[in-house]
Design a protein around this ligand. Structure first.
Ligand SMILES: [Ca+2]
Ligand SMILES: [Ca+2]
Ligand SMILES: [Ca+2]
Length: 234
């Protein structure tokens, strides 16, 4: 079914294509509509180790289909990377969360790559990532939240133009954290209860009223650099 988008707004939520590559990457690709996707992991044989990954449309969102059907897409643990590319539209991706709240975090053995493209997007991550993490939210006002997560590789977050917010809480960063918020008058960056073992470098970018609030009990073991924020609370 082809869904036409009027200007930048899409009324229906389109389809997400989910596949596992030969090398073990879990790949999730959206379309130009506003896609809403949840990625969760479960233990199905009660040995307390997660063994199953589920990719589904969001609860209460009857419109995002998975591989052309109602879904969910069910597979084993992720073998290597988790790659999510949701393209245009107002997209939301929930990693390690479902409608009730946090589940167990999602285990990503190697790299986590998320690109939500143009449109007002929201990315929520509860994961343990063995490799590098790259999150790009493209144009328009976007939100990124990193919660209860552990990142063994570098973390790069790029929110591009639009009034964006980025928050990290109860998370552990073993290597460098790098944030670029680019254009937008009211970019907001907040940290709470997080540990940075390497450097933390955040740039509010262009725009007059960007705010960084890192006042809530964080631990910085490396250098801290905050550039182009009009207001810094620490
Ligand atoms: Ca989309
Ligand atoms: Ca966007
Ligand atoms: Ca921005």
């Amino acid at each position: 079914m082809a869904i036409e988008c009027l200007e930048s707004r899409c009324l229906l939520a389109g389809n997400v294509t989910v596949s596992v590559s030969a090398s073990g990457d879990l790949r999730i690709k959206g379309d130009s509509a506003g896609n809403c996707v949840e990625i969760t992991q479960f233990d199905t044989d009660a040995d307390t180790f997660v063994d199953t990954t589920v990719v589904s449309g969001c609860v209460g969102d009857d419109d995002t289909t998975i591989n052309g059907g109602p879904g969910p897409f069910v597979t084993g643990l992720i073998g290597r990377d988790l790659k999510i590319d949701l393209k245009g539209g107002d997209d939301s991706v929930f990693i390690g969360f479902d409608a009730i709240g946090p589940t167990t975090g999602v285990l990503v053995p190697r790299h986590l790559k998320v690109d939500t493209g143009a449109g007002m997007d929201f990315v929520l991550v509860f994961a343990k990532v063995g490799g590098n993490t790259t999150i790009k939210t493209g144009a328009d006002a976007d939100g990124v939240a990193l919660a209860f997560s552990e990142f063994f590789g570098k973390v790069d977050v790029r929110t591009s133009d639009g009034d964006d917010f980025v928050i990290a809480f109860f998370s552990l960063f073993h290597r460098k954290f790098d944030l670029e918020m680019d254009g937008g008058e009211n970019d907001m960056f907040m940290l709470a209860e997080s540990i940075f073992e390497d450097s933390m470098d955040a740039d509010g970018g262009r725009g007059a009223s960007d705010i960084a609030d890192i006042s809530d009990s964080n631990t910085f073991l490396g250098s801290v650099e905050l550039d182009n924020f009009e207001t810094v609370i620490m």
